[in-house]
Design a protein around this ligand. Structure first.
Ligand SMILES: Cc1ncc(COP(=O)(O)O)c(C=O)c1O
Length: 402
């Protein structure tokens, strides 16, 4: 008998229930979509645009070098050359002073979120999230038995007026509010950028109620305008952890991200990790791509590319006129479509009949917020003709269902 078949019930009973039950895991992240469907799916970059030539050049050089250091372990903070390159680039771009020793390299931004959750959250601690938000972060916080409290989002991002009321109420209840998790720049799924005024209000509230701000900037380097407001770490360096990723700018398969923040937190993240670091070879490769200018050149090209895809989606919506409203995002990978009616099951069925699939609002819900009938239109991965065809079919489906 195969080992996998023997006494499955007995083995299942040995699982750690507090971390493996459906509500605490990312099982919801897996959906089944027919292979030929036009799927406005994950927040994925365009696979035809990975910078493979530049990566190959640098990797060949690294592997040809005689000391083979790049093939060794790099435990703790991560490769010094990469942390220096990130610190230099980020400090110049955001006009902040983030030193390399305040940065830790992680297994994507999700690796940073996992380490932060272990370092910060005890069972019952409140984590404030946007309603709607990244389901992977919700799963990470729930695995640590956090109590998730959601804050509404409108066209300007998280509603800080509501945040103030929620914090006051939680204070009255004597709840232990630990973390505010926000995707303030190029939000997922709504595509919003938190306004400068609200950023100020958010960090003032974090100061007043003594909470740590975790800003997930996974999509923030994809931008189509110059006038983005300052990131939260520039406004409140003493209590903000800035979480970033190379998944959307270079390639998700590199599994490289980073976190920067107060030494009291970053030092703990370095100490508690048990993964023995991420690939040093790939860290060195990215360090070189940043220092030799290839990274920024690639990013400029990608921003023009994704801007044209965003425009293709918005133009297709404008001429196909579905019964819905939508935003024109200033960056990131998502147009957020809000339906005139909320019969999502009928919309999904009508779309499926036409071979179109998408993630809708419930997928991103932190729970407890007002129900919104929204669809996330991710334009990173699909090519423009498929995007346009998908919008045409989706608009037909929406007209039929509503
Ligand atoms: C908002 C957000 N944060 C974090 C992640 C994790 O990204 P990665 O671990 O690849 O950096 C994702 C993945 O799509 C995401 O959408």
């Amino acid at each position: 008998m195969a080992i996998a078949e023997s006494r499955p019930a007995a083995v299942a009973s040995l699982l750690a229930r507090s971390r493996t039950d459906a509500s605490a895991t990312s099982a919801r992240l897996v959906v089944s979509v027919p292979p030929d469907a036009i799927f406005f799916g994950g927040g994925l970059p365009d696979p035809m645009k990975y910078p493979t030539d530049a990566m190959t050049r640098v990797l060949v050089e690294l592997l040809a070098s005689s000391d083979h250091e790049a093939l060794g372990y790099i435990h703790g903070a991560g490769d010094g050359a990469l942390r220096e390159a990130i610190a230099h680039r980020f400090s110049a771009q955001e006009r902040v002073d983030v030193a390399a020793d305040r940065i830790v390299i992680t297994n994507g931004s999700s690796g940073a979120l996992s380490l932060l959750a272990i370092a910060l959250i005890e069972p019952g601690d409140v984590v404030l999230c946007e309603e709607l938000t990244y389901p992977g972060a919700l799963a990470t916080f729930r695995q640590m038995r956090a109590r998730i409290v959601s804050v509404p989002v409108d066209g300007e991002g998280m509603c800080t007026g509501e945040l103030a009321s929620i914090l006051t109420q939680l204070d009255r209840e004597r709840a232990r509010v630990k973390v505010l998790y926000t995707i303030a720049t190029c939000q997922s799924p709504t595509g919003t950028v938190l306004s400068a005024a609200r950023r100020r209000e958010l960090v003032d509230l974090a100061d007043r109620f003594d909470i740590i701000v975790v800003q997930d900037t996974t999509y923030a380097d994809i931008r189509f305008a110059d006038d983005f407001p300052p990131e939260l770490i520039a406004l409140a360096p003493q209590r903000t952890v800035h979480v970033a990723s190379f998944s959307k700018t270079l390639a998700p398969g590199l599994r490289l991200g980073w976190a920067a923040g107060p030494p009291a937190i970053i030092d703990v993240l370095k100490e508690i990790r048990t993964d023995l670091g991420t690939s040093r070879l790939l860290q060195r490769m990215v360090a070189q791509l940043i220092s030799n200018g290839d990274f920024d050149a690639h990013l400029r090209e990608m921003n023009a590319h994704y801007r044209s895809k965003r425009d293709a989606v918005v133009d297709a919506l404008t001429w196909s006129r579905p019964p819905a409203s939508w935003n024109v995002p200033a960056g990131g990978f998502f147009v957020w479509l809000v339906l005139d009616r909320d019969d999502m099951a009928a919309v999904e069925a009508a779309a499926a009949r036409r071979g179109v699939a998408f993630f809708a609002a419930p997928y991103f819900s932190a729970g407890g917020g007002p129900e919104v009938a929204g669809i996330r239109l991710a334009y990173g991965e699909l090519d423009s003709p498929r995007l346009v065809e998908g919008i045409r079919l989706l608009s037909d489906a929406l007209s039929e269902a509503t």
